[in-house]
Ligand binder design. Structure first.
Ligand SMILES: CC(C)(COP(=O)(O)OP(=O)(O)OC[C@H]1O[C@@H](n2cnc3c(N)ncnc32)[C@H](O)[C@@H]1OP(=O)(O)O)[C@@H](O)C(=O)NCCC(=O)NCCS
Length: 157
């Protein structure tokens, strides 16, 4: 992995950038792309934070989180396909985990499409465990309902 990599917190002004990255990363996935306006709406909810990862000063992915008292939820997370399989998602996720631990958060959780094998493997590699299933949680752009796994990672040992 290039060492010319940094992670920067962004706010709602980055909504259009997040939408472009999201569309690029999810283009071949059943999930619907989110517009810049939808990202702006998400930032209106208290505790919403985004962190963009740059490689050679170019944004290649991001994580969108919501902090809820002493827990945090990953709202969405992606790396552009051309940059995948280089450890960038692991780097960003481990960075976030370290940051949340430093802020005394107790748990990080997320929902993931139950057949998104790449993401599930990534989360398991980063010590997340499956704790539940939400039926029909996702709407695909084909109109189907898809189940999600709920996964969590304890942040305090
Ligand atoms: C899932 C995603 C974030 C992984 O990003 P990445 O930068 O390629 O991930 P990493 O290179 O850090 O890989 C970490 C682990 O993920 C798993 N993984 C990544 N890509 C994979 C693939 N295509 N197939 C199977 N496992 C994969 C592997 O376990 C890998 O570890 P390993 O290389 O030691 O086996 C990326 O593929 C993506 O953005 N996908 C589309 C959006 C998405 O599904 N987001 C998650 C929604 S909750």
């Amino acid at each position: 992995m290039s060492d010319q990599c940094d992670i920067i917190e962004m706010d709602s002004n980055a909504s259009d950038l997040l939408s472009i990255l999201h569309e690029g990363a999810f283009a071949k996935m059943p999930e619907q792309a989110w517009s810049g306006q939808e990202f702006q709406q998400l930032f209106l909810i208290s505790g919403t934070k985004s962190y963009v990862i740059n490689k050679d000063q170019q944004p290649i992915g991001f994580i969108l989180l919501r902090n809820l008292i002493d827990e945090a939820e990953i709202i969405t997370f992606c790396i552009l396909p051309d940059c995948c399989n280089n450890g960038y998602a692991t780097l960003l996720l481990e960075w976030i985990i370290k940051k949340l631990r430093g802020q005394s958060f107790k748990r990080l959780f997320l929902e993931v499409r139950n057949n998104n094998n790449a993401a599930i493997r990534l989360y398991k590699k980063c010590s997340f465990e499956i704790i539940g299933r939400r039926k029909g949680y996702y709407n695909s752009h084909h109109g189907n309902k898809i189940d999600a796994f709920v996964m969590q990672r304890h942040l305090i040992v």
